[in-house]
Write a protein that binds this ligand. Structure first.
Ligand SMILES: [Zn+2]
Length: 123
């Protein structure tokens, strides 16, 4: 993250996707020089364009509040629950075809490299 200088975020939150954006991440931290809270939202639009919002002070706080309900999990949380939680870090998707009442359904999972798996969508 960047404010008066470049610094590492205190925590990074993974946000749920919405209609336009996926891979949404909100990083929060405090600038080591001026001490202001800084929040940075990075999200990828469906057409590949990256939307990046970086704000500080009261605006950073407002951005955090706006995103609060969309938080799925945070980096810190993941580090604690490493091997028994939701997939985190670099993820890959797998699709499984299952038959329910004679109809084929596709279940989409997000997987990580630690054996965690999460059902994302079933079509
Ligand atoms: Zn600063």
């Amino acid at each position: 993250m960047r404010h008066c200088c470049k610094f590492k975020p205190d925590d990074t939150y993974y946000l749920s996707e919405n209609d336009l954006y996926s891979s949404r991440r909100l990083s929060v931290g405090f600038c080591p020089i001026c001490g202001k809270p800084v929040a940075e939202l990075v999200e990828y639009r469906f057409d590949g364009i990256i939307n990046r919002i970086s704000v500080s002070g009261v605006q950073a706080n407002n951005l955090m509040l706006e995103c609060k309900d969309e938080i799925i999990y945070s980096m810190k949380e993941c580090n604690y629950l490493r091997f028994k939680s939701k997939p985190y870090g670099w993820k890959y998707g797998i699709n499984k075809v299952v038959k329910i009442n004679g109809k084929e359904k596709i279940k989409q999972y997000a997987c990580d490299f630690y054996g965690n798996k999460e059902l994302i969508k079933s079509v």
